[in-house]
Design a protein. Structure first.
Length: 264
């Protein structure tokens, strides 16, 4: 009798271990990791227009933002592309998320200038986690393909950008491009601060973002003061080491912004 009880307990343990292993390895039920505040903000912006036909998550790195958007837009048939030009990153994504690659998700190893845009479609580009100069370079490499699209009332090209540095350079570059600023916002994430911009391709009379931003600074907060102080310190040091017109203009612009917001 004792042997029978032990045997049944052993079988139950084996069954439990099998079920746990099946659960751990089941690709259908593994949830995606949560997005951090910076990416949550971009996700919420993207969800304002849930009927995008195509979403391009460029410099996708871990691919989380694009994967969350793919999961959220399944009902709309949105095709999400996770795009990076670093082969190990793409290889890892293709292995890790092979089970999620359906007809509406692609993981691509390609530089931005080789992207093939859909015609007569609402398309969203997301560029986050790289410097402002890199963001500007990526947009410039995509722009010829955008400009080559035949005009259509069904066409809309939007961009969500979240540079991690060199924002003044990016804003300067955007002022020479045919994009209108739809919205901008200041986002804090674990002590790091980001300037987010929502842009729309508008070749006729675009309204680009200003050099240092406008709406994102209101209300003026302590986090924004700290961020502006860091920029003033950065461009102050650059102006001493390399007194170029650009560095001095950036320094003057942020000093004027601080005075406008905080009276200092």
């Amino acid at each position: 009798m004792v042997k029978g009880v032990i045997l049944r307990q052993f079988h139950s343990l084996i069954l439990l271990l099998f079920m746990l292993d099946t659960f751990a390895n089941s690709t259908d039920i593994q949830p995606l990791r949560q997005l951090r505040p910076r990416l949550v903000h971009l996700y919420n912006w993207a969800q304002r227009t849930p009927d995008y036909n195509v979403i391009w998550d460029l410099c996708c790195d871990h691919g989380l933002l694009g994967l969350h958007l793919h999961q959220a837009t399944t009902a709309y048939g949105t095709h999400v592309h996770l795009v990076d030009q670093v082969e190990p990153i793409v290889d890892k994504l293709q292995t890790q998320y092979a089970h999620r690659q359906d007809g509406n998700l692609s993981i691509c190893l390609t530089p931005a200038e080789h992207i093939r845009l859909a015609k007569q479609a609402k398309q969203l580009f997301i560029i986050a986690g790289v410097g402002g100069e890199t963001v500007a370079s990526i947009i410039q490499s995509i722009l010829p393909a955008i400009q080559a699209l035949p005009p259509s009332p069904h066409q809309q090209i939007d961009m969500l950008i979240s540079p991690n540095k060199h924002v003044f350079s990016l804003r300067r570059a955007l002022q020479a491009m045919p994009f209108t600023l739809i919205e901008e916002e200041f986002v804090s994430d674990k002590g790091r601060h980001h300037e987010h911009m929502f842009l729309r391709y508008q070749p006729a009379a675009p309204t680009p973002p200003s050099e240092v931003g406008d709406a994102l600074w209101l209300p003026a907060t302590q986090d924004k003061r700290i961020y502006i102080d860091k920029l003033i310190k950065h461009y102050g040091a650059l102006s001493q080491y390399s007194p170029t017109a650009f560095n001095q203009q950036a320094l003057a612009a942020y000093q004027a912004l601080k005075h406008k917001l905080f009276g200092e």
